[in-house]
Every structure is written in structure tokens, then in C-alpha cells.
Design a binder for this molecule. Sequence first.
Ligand code: CA
Length: 728
Amino acid sequence: MAKRVWTAALLGGATLALASCNASKNDSLSGTAALDEAEKASETLLKTGGSGDDWGAIGFSYDEQRFSPLTDISDKNVGELGIAWTADLEDARGQEATPVVVDGVMYVSHAWSKVSAWDAATGKPLWKFDPKVPGERAVHACCDVVNRGVALWGDKVFVGTIDGRLIALDRKSGNELWSTQTVDADKPYTITGAPRVVKDMVLIGNGGAEFGVRGYVTAYDADTGKERWRFYTAPNPTKAKDGAASDEIFATKANATWSDKGEWQTSGGGGTVWDAIVYDKDLDQIYLGVGNGNPWNHGTRSNGEGDNWFLSSIVALDAATGQYKWHYQETPGETWDYTATQPIILAEQTVNGTPTKVLYHAPKNGFFFTIDRSNGKLIDAKPFVDRINWATGYDLATGRPIENPEARFYKTGKPFIAIPGALGAHNWHPMSYNPATGLVYIPAQQIPQGYLQDMNELDKRKVLGFNVGTSLTGTLLPDDKAAFRAAVAATTGRLVAFDPRTGKVAWAVDHPAAWNGGTMTTAGNLVFQGTSLGRFRAYTADTGKQLLDLDMQSGIVSAPSTFRVNGVQYVAFMTSKGGAFPLVAGVAGGATRKIPNIPRLVVLKIGGTAKLPAPPATTTLAWNPPPMTASAAQVAAGKAQFGRYCMVCHGDSAIGNGFTPDLRVSGTLANADAWKAVVVDGALKERGMVSFAKVLTPQDAEAIRAYVIERSNWTKANLPEASAPVGR
Ligand code: CA
């Protein structure tokens, strides 16, 4: 049936279009329903990429190369880019989405899973949609209430929400068409990734592997939201069947890679697919990028035994059925939060003289992988950053890493300062691939982290907060001023142009702040990238020569897209700070802290003359820490609790990041009752600060207050410029 309707579309005409509309959705081959005209147009755009006028999906097309064929803006004139229009957004939280543009309309998602549509050339707002996510769900988001984009298909727009819903919107009006709850709402699942549409199905994964969930991906009927298939990426806790597409591979092989002893049986094991889901139109299969285990610690998770499929793997599934085809596990027995969720790019490369369909991947663990898509075999794995200490390389014969034995801290019983750490050598920030240069442009970073075997009662599994099986408190920055500054200095960022053909870095640009923005590349020999220090830049794609450097007032971490309307090419992106690094690493973010957090959509064109709104007045926050009256023991107890429950949102050493409150200057800090009202009684739960009464007593809360008072005094005395509180 699909083929017959396709022929009708080629012939065109009202009669045939009517025949297509009348086609029964059940009259289908291989389980897929007929597509209507608008859906067929979407499918063609995703398969071919089209002329470049449209940017049809967050990754541009099914190959997700984030490469545009447009050349109106090129290395000859990119320096003439100016602002076409801007639009300020309502929530000063992280903005990570790539704008999607089809037929001159821009569709973009925002913090709190909101969606908006705009006239892409003029900036006229068309509609906005708010899924009204309850504020208290923010406590289940490891890395802010972000959203990385929508999927467009026919007359619909799809978005996943922080509270686990998948929602279909009418593309013209923004009205909700259907909504389905994709997760157990009683568990700490979230959705931050973009849905993908394949055939007539919309696919979505989830996050939550820091807290304790079991990962999976589900395919839903794009018209109705009805489930088609589900593939679990971690085993059933009893190793029983789920009635899911993943049953067979778990029963025959994957279950055996998990110990019968270990915390995974209560935690769910992790393995969430929170970002990369890519469709291979050539081989009709889907690739999932699978996340870390829960807990991280392989020793407690699986008794230190087994590779734990499918953690930190690329998994290939049959598109129609979700049946397993192959997988490649980048980090067997994952224990450092080395997710393989990072964006996946499909390309062709000549390997030993043979044109080969490959996928490119630069996951957290610091190695760049080239994998044969037809069979999952590793072709090459080479470092894309300078400093990696958990492994020295990969054995290409076995496909396995050559590990540093000291890295498995649960075996040695000794702490290990790993680089990369849990924030990865590359996180979610999209990379791009330019077929003309053959280079992949990676927003890379070097952020070390200590890992310690889970030793004390506080680090055990709790109903709130991270449950990772390694002491977070033990990894707080040192109190020694020199050591503190050295740790900050060891944290760096870099735009890496990696050549998969040689396994080497072709060129690189260093960024003083680690968290640098996603990239986009074009046939105009350009690479575009924003920085978390508020610059928007373009470089030549072949050599990395900087050709553009615009001041955007606020940080840029999202990736740009480009499109053309009425013959004019535009470049679009969002500004904001956001994501895990600025949350946790207040002072390590260095100058990033001082950049205002302005959530804004920005669109550029050659000769654009619009101006940014005036920047917000820089506010110097009064920094008058209350006197320290608590005992050393109380401060130490508060430090342990802070590291366990507070640091991941309020920053190491309580040094604020400029987008969640800096507790060192909180109005409640001097008042024990007001502090308790927030921490224990949940006075600010609508803003995402829920009650921690399930895990903290009033005495604990008071100890945390003592610690924050101590930090406020200590940082003011020792790091006054580097850590001065900044307004939000
Ligand atoms: Ca993780």
C-alpha cells in the first residue's frame, strides 16, 4: 500500500490525493500505515535534506549531520552577518533546542518543555504551547528543565515533556492533538531529548539514570499515540519477559551480562536513551545511544561482574518492529557515567579502499568511534581530547578498551581522579559533519572528577537525590586555595575538528570555558558555534580560521540551524546558560558565571541591522555573610548533606552559577525558620525546590545552613573575584 500511495503522490492531482486520503491506515505492508501527502513531504525532506531551504529536524535530516548545502552565506561574506530579529523567551533556564524550520515557519522548544512557532523571516510569533509541567518535577531532572527540540511530521509537531509525556500538536495552531504518558510517573523519569519520526511512528526515550530508573525507547503511532513497540535497554529486575521487542535478546544473551547480585535489581539499572535516536534510511534500522548504569558504580550495581548490556552502547534495531539487530558497547562494565547518548552522525567513508556506510560517535569517554553500520563492527577508536586516563586505547580486534586498572575504584578501594569525569569529554552539545572537508566538529571539554567507593550511610540509595554509588561529597572542590584554583584551571573547553579518516585532530580552537556550544556546518565552508561566554562565531570548515565573532550578551550552548526564505539565508540559535556543568561547577565555570542568563531566540542574516535589546543592568549582589556560629562538627555534617543533595543544582562549595539561586547570598540564610520552610517544608516547590523532608531532618537542614554560611565567609575571604555572587 505504501508504494501505491507513493506512486499516486508522484502523479499528483486532486483525485489521486483524495484516493490517498481514503486509503485505510490498516491496509499496509510491514506493519506501517499509509502516509498522507503532508507526511510524505516530511519523509522526503528527512530522507534527502531537500534544497536546504528547510531545516527539517533538529539534526537537519535523518543522517543528523547538521550540514546545510546552502552557500549564500559563505567564507567570503560571513563577516557581514547581522541580526535579522530576536525574541526574548519567558524562562531564564537552560535553552538547548535546535530550531526546526519548514516552509518558512520556525518550531522550537524551550525550558519546561514549552514549544513556540514563529514566522522564520520576520520573527512574528504564530503560537506557543505550554504543557504545564508541575514545578516540583524539576527535582528529578539531573541537569535542568531543558528540552533539545521538537520533531515535525506532516501536520503535526511532537515534543517530549519533563514529566514524561509525549505530546502531538497541530502544526498550524499549536493545539494539542493527543498526549500519552510514556513513563511511570511515580519514578524519577524525565524527558529532555527530541522525539524522532520514522515511517508513521514517533520514537521517544527518557532520562533518570542518576536517580534510578530502567531505560527504554518506545515507538508510538504518530496519528494516535498508541504504542507500537518498546525496547528496554536494561534488563527486567527479575530477568522475566516484558512482552517487549527486547525480550528475545535479553533472554538469549543480554541477561547473562548482569550479575544475579547487585543494586540494579532495585534501581532499574539505568541505561536511559535521553538524546540520540537516529534512523538509517539506507539500512532501514534505528540506532539508540544508551546512557550510564545506575548506580554508576559497577561494583555495587552488578557485583563488579559482567559487561551489563546495553549500557554505554550503540544499539541497532529494526525500524518497523524494534527487534535487536546488533550493538557495540563503547564502555563495557560502565562505572564513570560514560554515557553513549551523545549525538550520532551517519556518513559514508572509504575504509581500506571500500566505500562503507559508517556512523560517527564522540561519547563522554573521550574516544571517537567509527562503526560499520551494516554489522556494528568497530572500524576505529581514537582520542579526540588530549587528556584521557581511564584507558590507553582500543583493541580493534576485540573492540574493547585497554583500561587503566586504577580507574576501577571499586576494585582498588582507592579514589581515582578520572579525566574525563561524569560531565564527559563531550556531552549533549551537538557535533556536525561536513562531507566536503570530511571533518567532524565536536564541542569537546576536559573536566576531571574524583570517584570514590560508596563508603558511608549517607551515600546509600535514597528516595531523593542522585544515587550513583560513589561519594559526591568526597568529590567537592578542596578547601585549600591553591588546590581549588588548580582544579578550576584544569577545566577547559575546545572546538575540535576531528578527521575520522586519519583518527587525528585536524584543527582545534581552545575555549576558556569548558561548556561550549553545539556546532553546525555548511557547504559555504563554514562551521558555526556559540560559546558559553556569550560569543557567536564562524570558522572556515577546512582550516578553522575565525571569520565572525558577535557579542550575544548571554551564553550559547545550543546548536544553530540555517534555512532560506524568499531567497535569503538565515542562521538561528538560542542564548542562555544551562545544563549540568554550569549548575554544578559554579566557580569552575569561571567567567561564565558573570555572563547574564538571557533566554532568547536570535536569527541572523547578511546585512541584518536589528539590535539586541539593551543588556540587563549588572547587579552587584550584597554579599554580607552571616557570622559563623556553628561548630566545626555541624559544618562538616552540613557539608556532607550539601554534597549529597544540594550540589548538583546549587554548585560546588555553594558557589552559585547565575541561574539557580546563589545560596551564599540567599535572603533565608540568616534565618533558620525561613531556611527550614524552604528546605524541609517545600515553600518554593512550584519553582522546582521541593521539600526534602523525606531525606533531611530539620537538624540536617540547619547543618546545611551552617555549611553554606561557612562557604559564604570562606569564598568571600579567599576567592572574592572568582566567586562573587551574580544576579540571575
Ligand atoms: Ca548520566
